[in-house]
Ligand binder design. Structure first.
Ligand code: COS
Length: 379
């Protein structure tokens, strides 16, 4: 068993860390409070290779693998979780197009995601009436001359307004998982309207909108993968996406622990720094231990994916544990800050708000438990 990182993994992590510390972190709180989408920073991240870490070089990626991706995601999320979620979805979309797309589809879209020509990619699965029960989706794709007519609404779509391309799931057949097909939808497709930006509790420097399809036309070659096989495309993409969100959550948790540690050294109560009170020490120790355990689970899932082994269960375990851990760690960091945690001058209120969604998107904690239990029982 090998715990050392390769040179490439160290390089990617250092690149992400340097960028995060110098460029992302300084304005992260301000951007989040104002709800400013960071176009320019995202373009710079693409230039550094961060939008296609596990994408082949010939499509503009850096082909550094899933462990490197996970490490980079932790570094970016530690500085700015809003930017991290945009990066996570863009990487997931680029990988999904590489895995299921035709050469034409890959060459049309993937280099534009990895180069930053597209500000992001989007993943349009969730609908107003279905989130966890993804195979109940109701958006329809009806065959017409030379293509498909799409009708329906997608909800809570990260980067939906700014993405150059979205992967869309729509019903082409009967009910259930086998009636679903995946499509590629370029920005500005006629018949596609973008809803108003959601006013979110956290991650406000990321873009979340609905995508409304009203008789939108997609050509026949917009299908991603095979007709009727779209649900498996979504599930496979989400398995990988869950490693991304688990890494993001771990990064947020690390930021919260650092903030708590630093505050506990400065702030004095009862004649000594907080860090010398056992009640605080135990909170810090629990947070550090849980974050380390989460990190190992996440990197294990990343390693399994990277080495082409089954990783669905480990990705769900990593997502479940890392996101629940991040919430506990942020809550402790907040508690350690006392009243100062509650005001915007300190970053812990942002960490707490940003961490909250990680147990929900890309599959709730309850869905992760369902996936884990099903695979466990199946044996
Ligand atoms: N990889 C590949 N294929 C998968 C898969 C996976 N991880 N999981 C399921 N599938 C396939 C199954 O093999 C099955 O195909 P066959 O009938 O050909 O064997 C098909 O998909 C349907 O699977 P299943 O019966 O398990 O589907 P369910 O409707 O029970 O849904 C859950 C399964 C709940 C796991 C799924 O709907 C899910 O992940 N929901 C959460 C969605 C989510 O994360 N949304 C967030 C969106 S992004 S913010």
């Amino acid at each position: 068993m090998e715990f050392e990182l390769t040179e490439t993994q160290q390089l990617i992590r250092q690149t992400a860390r340097d960028f995060a510390v110098k460029e992302l972190e300084p304005g992260a709180g301000d951007r989040e409070h104002k709800g400013e989408y960071p176009f320019e920073l995202l373009r710079k991240m693409a230039e550094l290779g961060l939008m296609g870490i596990n994408v082949p070089e010939k499509w503009g990626g850096v082909e550094a693998g899933v462990v490197a991706y996970s490490l980079a995601m932790m570094e970016i999320a530690r500085a700015c979780a809003s930017t991290a979620v945009t990066m996570a979805v863009s990487n997931m979309v680029a990988e999904t197009i590489c895995k299921y797309g035709t050469q034409e589809q890959i060459s049309t879209h993937v280099p534009k995601i990895t180069s930053g020509e597209y500000s992001a990619g989007a993943f349009a699965l969730t609908e107003p009436g279905c989130g966890s029960d993804a195979s109940a989706l109701r958006t329809t794709a009806k065959k017409t001359d030379g293509g498909w007519i799409i009708n329906g609404t997608k909800q809570f779509i990260t980067s939906g307004e700014h993405a150059g391309v979205a992967v869309l799931w729509a019903r082409t057949g009967g009910p259930g998982a086998h009636g679903i097909t995946a499509f590629l939808v370029p920005k500005d497709t006629p018949g596609l309207k973008i809803g108003p930006e959601e006013k979110k509790m956290g991650l406000r420097a990321s873009n979340t909108v609905s995508m409304i399809f009203e008789d939108a036309f997609l050509p026949s070659d917009a299908i991603l993968g095979e007709e009727g096989k779209g649900f498996s495309v979504a599930m496979t993409a989400l398995d990988g996406g869950r490693i991304g969100v688990a890494s993001q959550a771990n990064g947020i948790g690390q930021a919260a622990l650092e903030a708590a540690r630093s505050y506990s050294l400065d702030r004095k109560t009862f004649g000594k720094p907080l860090s010398e009170h056992q009640a605080i020490q135990w909170m810090l120790a629990d947070s550090a231990t849980e974050l380390e355990a989460a990190r190992l689970l996440v990197l294990q899932a990343a390693y399994l994916k990277e080495t082409n082994k089954p990783f669905t269960k480990q990705a769900s375990m990593a997502k479940l544990f890392a996101t629940e851990t991040a919430n506990r760690v942020c809550a402790r960091a907040f508690q350690i800050h006392g009243g100062y945690g509650y005001i915007e001058d300190y970053p812990v209120e942002r960490y707490l708000r940003d961490a909250r969604i990680t147990t929900i998107y890309e599959g709730t904690s309850e869905i992760q438990r369902l996936v884990i239990a099903r695979l466990l029982i199946k044996g």
